[in-house]
Design a protein around this ligand. Structure first.
Ligand SMILES: [Zn+2]
Length: 85
């Protein structure tokens, strides 16, 4: 006899009920994604279906080393700059 289900890695954890903004939320056995609100007694699901790719993606972040070197060069601290290999 098993008392616990396997953890659902795709389950999301809402912090507020989408209907009454109540915070008393508990998992419900209706489905693997269901939550029950103890304040308005509604049972609802929260699912993440993915994310649209942005039309203009931001530039990739610089490494810390690269950012420090650029900042030092920008502020004129040439004496401490690393030489290009
Ligand atoms: Zn509610």
């Amino acid at each position: 006899m098993r008392f616990r289900r396997e953890p659902n890695a795709n389950r999301n954890f809402p912090t507020h009920c989408p209907y009454c903004a109540g915070e008393g939320l508990f998992p419900d056995e209706t489905s693997d994604f269901a939550w029950k609100c103890t304040e308005c007694l509604r049972i609802f699901e929260v699912k993440f279906h993915g994310q649209d790719a942005p039309e203009h993606a931001p530039a990739p972040a610089k490494s810390t080393e690269q950012a420090i070197q650029e900042s030092l060069a920008h502020h004129g601290h040439d004496a401490v700059l690393r030489k290009e290999k």
